[in-house]
Design a protein around this ligand. Structure first.
Ligand code: CMP
Length: 138
């Protein structure tokens, strides 16, 4: 348990969480190892998981074009999980990765656990939607 808390403490998205929050969050997350090259999320499919990168990097593509590269501390999969919409992009592991994964129920509990964290995820999702909208306008 102490080890999980240490891992979470070092993830930037959790930097403003209290120890009490971190303890609760550690019960919600499941650490998963992912091999380089694996497709974690496919655009257009329904989504059930939200993930936070502990180690490694991944590329976000929409319609085959690269939207972003994500690394330690970044999260993904929030859009489909929060709104029940199809996945907005495809995400592929560029390297071997370690991620913390949460299903829909766990993600909902995570948002309830920390308002600061919920705000960060909300702001991130809106920025991403804005970026997607910009690519549609071009
Ligand atoms: P979701 O739509 O569930 O699945 C694909 C994910 O890609 C999406 O959630 C976001 O987490 C992520 N994503 C979408 N657009 C961007 C973007 N412009 N930059 C970074 N990540 C994005």
């Amino acid at each position: 348990m102490a080890k999980v808390d240490e891992t979470l403490k070092n993830i930037s998205i959790f930097s403003e969480c209290s120890n009490k929050e971190l303890k609760a969050i550690s019960k919600l997350v499941t650490q998963v190892r992912v091999n380089a090259g694996r497709e974690l999320i496919r655009e257009g499919e329904p989504g059930r998981e939200f993930m936070i990168i502990v180690d490694g990097s991944a590329t976000v593509r929409r319609g085959g074009s690269v939207l972003a590269q994500l690394g330690p501390g970044d999260f993904f999969g929030e859009m489909a999980v929060v709104a029940g919409v199809p996945r907005t992009a495809t995400i592929t592991a560029d390297t071997d990765m370690v991620v913390e994964a949460l299903n829909r129920r766990e993600f909902s509990s995570l948002l309830d656990e920390s308002p600061k964290l919920a705000k960060k995820i909300l702001v991130g999702a809106v920025k991403r939607l804005h970026e997607i909208e910009q690519t549609l306008v071009k």
